[in-house]
Design a protein around this ligand. Structure first.
Ligand code: FAD
Length: 263
């Protein structure tokens, strides 16, 4: 059985997010990291492999992104993936969420996985959508926000977080499952695994290698059109009360809240 895990390189959480007004795209320069939500997907794959209830022969990390995204694949391999696939092509730049999901599905079609695992959201785009788009193209069931996975009758019984509580859903394989961060505590990679990551097999694929229709990807193939971007208005500075006399300070805070009808 093969598990593919979708992983994405994203700007580091400490980097301030901004849209580049000249391109209408997120400015992805600066420090980057493996999307933290994807480390939970890799860990879920590792636990399925180590749990022994399914015969998992291979875990494959798959990303679509520029040259630099190879670092996300190295990180994924250091966390346990056996090999990785890097879908990279200038024709894919500027793809919106539908185009990205289509391109990833084409790469996955070639791999024929039994399970596709991914993070519930990326730390930069935060669309929460790729899983559903990929599943639609693969004609496979899609489960989102999954926080528990059990192997039952050769399929998976999943508990998923919903607004009203939890759903328990059983799916046959193949299936596409996006996991929430409550599902597990990702392991830390060992030094040996970090050092060995670059030696694990990594396949580079262009759009044509996986049969992507060029008219459905990239800026021209994307249906989202970005209009004008404006920075949010600057917030007025807050009021700082120097605490020289605590009773007076409390009175001032209460008066401030009262004035705004907050108490
Ligand atoms: C007009 C437009 C142009 C854009 N141009 C670019 C661009 O040039 N470069 C760019 O990086 N983004 C671009 N984006 C953003 C890009 O569409 C989103 O990053 C992408 O659609 C995925 O959305 P998300 O990351 O919010 O996915 P979510 O649905 O929040 O992600 C869920 C999970 O999907 C998986 N995933 C998401 N993206 C990838 C990926 N690329 N590879 C592997 N797994 C993935 C991860 O496991 C992630 O945890 C553009 C968006 C728009 C609207």
């Amino acid at each position: 059985m093969k598990i593919c895990v979708l992983v994405k390189e994203v700007p580091d959480a400490a980097v301030e997010k901004r849209i580049d007004p000249s391109t209408g795209r997120m400015d992805r320069s600066g420090e980057k990291n493996l999307n933290p939500y994807d480390t939970h997907a890799i860990e879920a794959a590792m636990q399925l492999k180590e749990g022994g209830a399914l015969q998992v022969d291979e875990i494959v990390a798959v990303t679509m992104g520029p040259e630099s995204a190879v670092r996300a694949l190295h990180k994924a391999v250091s966390l346990g993936a056996d090999r990785s696939v890097h879908l990279t092509d200038d024709a894919l730049a500027g793809s919106d969420v539908a185009a990205t999901g289509y391109a990833l599905a084409k790469a996955l079609e070639k791999e024929q996985p039994d399970i596709v695992l991914l993070g519930q959201q990326s730390d930069d785009g935060e669309c929460y959508t790729i899983g559903a788009v990929v599943a639609d193209h693969l004609k496979a069931p899609s489960l989102t926000q999954v926080i528990k996975l059990d192997v039952v009758d050769g399929g998976l019984r999943c508990e998923r977080q919903a607004e009203y509580g939890y759903d328990t859903v059983q799916v046959a394989l193949p299936a596409v499952i996006s996991v929430g961060d409550a599902i597990n505590e990702p392991r830390y990679p060992s030094l040996k695994a970090i050092m060995g990551a670059k030696k694990k097999p990594l396949e580079k694929a262009g759009a044509g290698d996986v049969g992507i229709d060029g008219s459905l990807v990239g800026t021209d193939g994307s249906r989202v059109q970005c209009g004008e971007f404006k920075a949010p208005p600057a917030k007025a500075a807050g009021q700082i009360i120097e605490d020289e006399d605590t009773d007076a300070t409390v009175e001032q805070i209460v008066a401030w809240l009262d004035e705004r009808k907050l108490i």
